[in-house]
Every structure is written in C-alpha cells, then in structure tokens.
Design a protein around this ligand. Structure first.
Ligand code: SF4
Length: 460
C-alpha cells in the first residue's frame, strides 16, 4: 500500500443520537422524522439553544453568542434540530469539554457564529458589500437575476428553513438583525412569479433556470410545483435546478409524501419534455451527511430527476483542508449519491473576513484534492467575482499577492453591460482577506483606509 497524503476510507453514515441533548431526551423517532416537528422545534434564539443544550453549554459561550447577535450578525438564528444534532455528534452537553468541542465544531462555526469567531482587526473587507454579487442590479424583473447569457436565477422567496451565518444573500434573505435591515420585495409573491414566467416566455435565449430563494423548501408545495410546471411549459427551457439546503438541513421536508408525489409528477413531465430537473443542495461538512440526508437524496433520485448536486462554500475553520473537503466529497458521493459539484469561495459580505480564504489558499486546496475522486465528482473551487460571475480559481488573469488583489476577465455581457464597449476587456478585481497578506500589503491597506485616497479606485 502506498502512503498517500490523503487516505481514503469508506465511512458508514450515522445519525447522531439526538437524545444526548437534554431538551430532546424524550423525542421519539417518529417525531424526529416529521418535518412539522422539526420546523416547530427550530432553535431561533439563545433561550431555545439553552433549553435544548441544558447547563452543559457554558455561560461564556452564551454571552459570546449574544454579543455576536447584537453587534455583528448579518443573519438571524434559525437552526433545525436535524442540523444542531450534527454538531459535536459524539458527545452530549453533559460531558466534560462539551463547550470547547461546540466552539470547535465546523457546523457550529457557520450556523451559530459567535463574536470571538470574528476578526477584530478587519471584521469586514473595505470592499465588502451587501448584495456583493450585485444580483439586484441585474434583475430582469424583480427577483430574476439575468447575469449570464443563457441562464437565470429566480429568487422565489426570501426565507429558508435554516439561516447560515455567511449567507451571500444576507441583503434579502431572513429576518432583520440588530445591525442589518433586510431588503423587501416590492411586488407580491404571485405577481413576481408571474412576471418571471412572462419574461422567460419572451426570452428564448434562456435555457437554464436556477429556482432558488431563500430555499425552495419554504415555498408551499403547490405553489412551487405550479411554478416549475410553468417553466416546463416554456419550450426554450432545458435545465431546471431547484436550490435547497434543506435537503441536508431538513431532509424530513423532502421525504414528506406531498413533496415526493409532487416531485414524481414534475419528474415525469420533465422526462416527457426532455428537460433535466436537478436539486442543488448546500453541504459544507462531512458530518452533515447522515442516513436521513442520504434517504432524502435517494427519494429525489427515485422520482426520476436527473441529479442531486452539492454546492458547498469554502469556509475557514469549517472545511479549509484537503482532508475536510475530500471527506465531505466522499460522504456525499459514496452513500448519499449527491454529486460534489462546486465549492464557492465565501463572498465578500460584511463580517465574513474570518470565514474567507485567499485565492492562493483556494488554489492550493484545489490542487490538493485533485486525483482522489472521479473526475466528474471532483468539486471545482470557484470564485464568484462581482460583475463577472463564477470563475474557477485557476482562471485568474493577474494576481498581486502582496496586496491580495486578483484580476479577472469575462467573455460575456450581463444585461447591464449591453452597450459597454470595455465589458469584455476590462479587468475586474477580487480581494483576499487583509489579515492573511504579508505585512507590506497589510500596511498598504491600513494607509489606504486612513487616507481614503481617490486614485485607489480599483476597477479600471
Ligand atoms: S440556505 Fe442558502 S439562502 Fe438560506 S441562509 Fe443558507 S446560504 Fe442563505
């Protein structure tokens, strides 16, 4: 046996025992597998977290969490029991060292961020922004982002069954936090969805629709089914992707009778019309892949849809090592039959610096994970460059590693660049977190921050 940098091991999926949490000691298997029970028992605040975890979670941790929610959080707290149960899967709050293990847990780090997780030197990059991908600027109709030539993103609703601390759509998704008010859609839901369908009927160049939010698992099933059925009636649409982190966070939803029967109807209609439907989910850590998640993915594949794929986010402290990324990919592929597809670099939203990696780190990780998985299941690490779109991390055009600025080019125009002659020759910048830069680069940013010099506008 050759000694390899990564040693593959087939690992059996396990559902951690939820009864180790004092608040769930009497919860039955039937309750646990009910989507309604899961939704009704989501943890939405510190008080509820304490009720579930009991006194095993230290006061210091609770104060740390409370301060983050008051001063830093861009997302309100919403954690389904299914997700909380995958944190510290092998120990209960009554065991010594539980709080330390909870602090260190990869799922906790992005679902329940605390103040001490964040950077104090540069909590946000100077170029961080709400709606950092400028999706709303590219809305063809409200909620429908037309950013690429042949595909669109339909944001059907602004809620999810779970809220991730690093959410890219923090501008729109979830409840307001003490520091962040949320953008509200102007049109009512049905008018918005009807306007999207009308735009797609009138725009035959679009062949691929990402149906997202938020998370489509929060749309009442009949409304989602009707929207997807309308899409299937638009002759030019060949690919439909339903975006739902809930396939992992609340697999009970996708295992429900109404949803399965509805997906079977959609799957049959899609096959009749030669259209591919896939579900795209969002899993960041191997421990999140449990037998229930595998059952939900299999149930969806059994409806005859084309695929279930994962779009994870590369996050420091969560999955920033080759081992973590390969463990995740094999957990998805081996038993859950979920295709590892993309790993996004964490976007430049406020308060995200402690989660973000530099481009150089991402390139290094991409190199380290090559060759272990089948080529078709080797996730590509991508940088979503503002005004450009997703780019594989090795597609950078120029990279100043001292200042942590990478420059990218593009080969298509978005709707807002129809008459922009420089759109295809301009270089668009992306920024590494400042604290990882060499001292000279960090000093440059400190000086810039002090001087706010106008010539440092970085988009030529
Ligand atoms: S599930 Fe997706 S849209 Fe919802 S909070 Fe998480 S990252 Fe944001």
């Amino acid at each position: 046996m050759i000694d390899q940098p990564y040693a593959y091991q087939r690992r059996e999926l396990t559902e951690p025992d939820w009864r180790r949490f004092p608040g769930w000691a009497g919860v039955t298997g039937a309750q646990w597998e009910s989507a309604q029970w899961q939704r009704a028992h989501c943890v939405k605040n510190l008080r509820q977290l304490r009720e579930v975890a009991g006194p095993g979670l230290s006061d210091a941790f609770c104060a740390d969490l409370e301060r983050d929610q008051r001063e830093r959080a861009t997302m309100s707290m919403l954690v389904p029991p299914q997700m909380l149960n995958t944190m510290v899967p092998a120990a209960g709050p009554g065991e010594p060292g539980f709080t330390d293990a909870f602090y260190a847990d990869p799922v906790r780090r992005y679902m329940i961020p605390v103040f001490s997780d964040r950077r104090t030197d540069w909590p946000s990059h100077p170029y961080a922004a709400r709606d950092s991908l400028h999706e709303a600027e590219m809305w063809a109709v409200e909620g429908l982002t037309h950013r690429y030539p042949t595909k669109v993103l339909a944001e059907l609703l602004p809620t999810c069954p779970q809220y991730c601390g690093h959410c890219t759509r923090m501008d729109l998704v979830g409840n307001a936090t003490p520091t962040i008010a949320k953008h509200k859609f102007g049109l009512g839901r049905d008018d918005r969805l009807a306007a999207m369908i009308a735009y797609l009927r009138a725009t035959p160049g679009v062949r691929d629709v990402v149906v997202s939010g938020g998370d489509v698992a929060n749309l009442p099933w009949p409304r989602l089914e009707a929207f997807v059925a309308d899409l299937l009636d638009v002759g030019s649409i060949r690919d439909i992707r339903l975006a739902s982190k809930a396939l992992m966070g609340l697999p009970q939803h996708w295992l429900g009778d109404e949803v399965r029967a509805g997906m079977e109807r959609l799957g049959a209609r899609a096959r009749e019309r030669g259209v591919s439907i896939a579900i795209h989910t969002h899993v960041n850590a191997a421990q999140s892949v449990t037998p229930l998640v595998a059952r939900a993915a299999q149930a969806m594949l059994d409806t005859g849809i084309r695929d279930v794929r994962n779009q994870g986010v590369l996050l420091r402290g969560v999955n920033d090592s080759p081992e973590a990324l390969l463990d995740l990919s094999f957990a998805l592929l081996d038993d859950a039959k979920i295709m590892p597809y993309y790993l996004y670099m964490c976007d430049m939203i406020p308060g995200s610096e402690h989660w973000r990696l530099s481009l150089a780190e991402a390139q290094h990780l991409q190199h380290r994970i090559m060759g272990y998985l089948p080529g078709f299941a080797t996730p590509r690490i991508v940088c979503d460059v503002p005004y450009v779109g997703k780019r594989w991390v090795h597609q950078v055009s120029r990279y100043d590693t001292d200042l942590g600025i990478s420059y990218w080019t593009k080969n298509y125009r978005t709707g807002i660049e129809a008459s922009d002659e420089l759109a295809l020759s301009r270089e668009y910048p992306y920024y590494d977190p400042i604290y990882v830069l060499p001292e000279s680069g960090q000093q440059w940013w400190r000086d810039r921050d002090r001087d706010r010099s106008p010539e440092l506008t970085l988009v030529p």
